[in-house]
Ligand binder design. Structure first.
Ligand SMILES: [Zn+2]
Length: 456
């Protein structure tokens, strides 16, 4: 009897899903994320969390009709480089600026683990419906399932703890986000541990240059980690910012480079290696701007819709201005050095893109003053300033991001894909900054007005 009751309950629970009413967005220009020409006056039909038809579609009988004439439909944005183990301010990065006397690091991290939903909402509010956390504490793996089932969070992929060639100290006494590759056997153990948690990637911090004292040893560590990743069928992500290290990462089989090559122009050999490795290039152009602002004790919220930022993060960002001045060092020289590197990063992005290497948009959100959610706009505008067209920036920020996450079920507005999309008030193809002019956000078929997602 009890069993029958359970079966009946299951049947009842499943019936509404099977018979779910369709929702049709009618009349907007569709920019589907594939790079194809926009479709004016399109219809997008969604049902059961999926896209049933996109483009020239009939509105099914009984569908809920949403009039979006004069607006623009794009896929939900993918931030291909975030860290849920970081807050977006100094409290999560004591190595950048130590404020632990006022904001103890252990309680900061405990709060992040307990309340990831505050950043989930910031992401959705900013039109971001998928994120790739490319390094953090082990609990970031658990965010994936939680977010996947939910229509109030982006899809999450997570790489878990970073395997680092340098023994970085920003860890908790009983938990590590940086696993030191002290030896080949440590590299093997680290990569196997990550694989055992069904990680979406093995991430290596490859902080090594051609002139490193132990280049051969470092190269070996990377290759041991790469071999274990390959064995487990997991992609290798490498943080490598020097041309030499980035090339070596590609030779070792890196599938995704996070950060730009920023010490010199990329050359033909780099492009060939990237092509051969089938690698994605995530230039992460703007994260250093946050470090400059932190150092100058001046938070610049220009262009950031702060209504998408939770009140606690917002308050701390504005505390930047009241921090005691930095001791030592020349702020102007620091800014000039960052600006010079930035120009090189833009030129490298253009070169990599023109060579046909797939480019992915990513912000490194969580780093100081690179805020989860709205920082995508700053990054997309920077990519356009490198010479990518708005359409190319959109593809990098949707389809390519999804592919880099290993997902082919999200990232474009096409039949059969997840119903994750954004309705904009203005045309992003005439000015990429129009991606911030959001009217509606749809995640898993659930339609949110931008207003509903804001923190007021
Ligand atoms: Zn990062």
């Amino acid at each position: 009897m009890k069993r029958l009751a359970i079966l009946l309950a299951l049947a009842v629970a499943q019936t509404p899903l099977a018979a779910q009413r369709a929702t049709a967005l009618v009349g907007a220009t569709l920019i589907d994320g594939t790079g194809r020409a926009p479709v004016p006056a399109a219809t997008v039909v969604m049902r059961n969390g999926k896209i049933e038809c996109a483009g020239r579609c009939a509105v099914p009988a009984g569908a809920r009709r949403v009039d979006v004439r004069g607006k623009y439909v794009i896929p939900g944005l993918v931030d291909g480089h975030v860290h849920y183990s970081q807050t977006g301010w100094a409290d999560g990065r004591p190595d950048a600026l130590d404020v632990r006397d006022r904001f103890p690091y252990d309680s900061t991290i405990a709060a992040l683990e307990a309340h990831p939903e505050r950043f989930f909402r910031s992401h959705l509010c900013s039109g971001v419906t998928a994120t790739f956390d490319v390094g953090g504490y082990p609990w970031t793996w658990a965010l994936r399932q939680r977010a996947e089932r939910s229509t109030d969070a982006p899809h999450v992929a997570a790489a878990g703890p970073l395997l680092s060639t340098r023994d970085h100290w920003v860890n908790l006494p009983a938990q590590r986000q940086f696993v030191h590759l002290a030896s080949d056997s440590a590299a093997q153990a680290g990569a196997r541990m990550v694989a055992a948690y069904r990680s979406d990637a093995v991430k290596v911090w490859y902080l090594v240059g051609a002139s490193s004292p132990d280049t051969a040893g470092q190269k070996s560590l990377l290759r041991v980690a790469a071999r274990e990743a390959r064995r487990a069928g997991i992609p290798l992500i490498v943080h490598a910012t020097d041309l030499w290290a980035a090339k070596d990462a590609l030779r070792a089989g890196a599938r995704l480079l996070v950060h730009s090559v920023e010490d010199r122009p990329v050359d033909d050999e780099f492009l060939r290696l990237a092509r051969e490795a089938g690698a994605f290039y995530n230039p992460t152009l703007t994260v250093r701007e946050g470090y400059v602002q932190l150092r100058e004790r001046r938070f610049n919220p220009q262009g950031l819709p702060l209504e998408c930022v939770d009140p606690s993060t917002r308050r701390r960002a504005f505390l930047t201005d009241s921090l005691p001045p930095a001791r030592g060092g020349d702020n102007a020289a620091f800014r000039a050095r960052i600006a010079e590197g930035y120009r090189l990063m833009l030129a490298n992005l253009k070169r990599v893109h023109d060579a046909g290497i797939p480019v992915v948009m990513g912000t490194d959100a969580g780093n100081p003053l690179t805020l989860h959610g709205p920082s995508v706009y700053r990054e997309m505008i920077a990519m356009a300033s490198a010479g990518l067209t708005p359409m190319e920036v959109l593809v990098a920020s949707t389809r390519n991001g999804a592919r880099a996450m290993g997902r082919d079920d999200i990232g474009t507005v096409e039949r059969g894909k997840a119903a994750d999309l954004v309705v904009l008030e203005a045309n992003p193809l005439t000015n990429i900054s129009n991606v911030s002019r959001i009217s509606l956000v749809v995640r898993g078929g659930r339609v949110w007005t931008r207003r509903e997602l804001e923190y007021r």
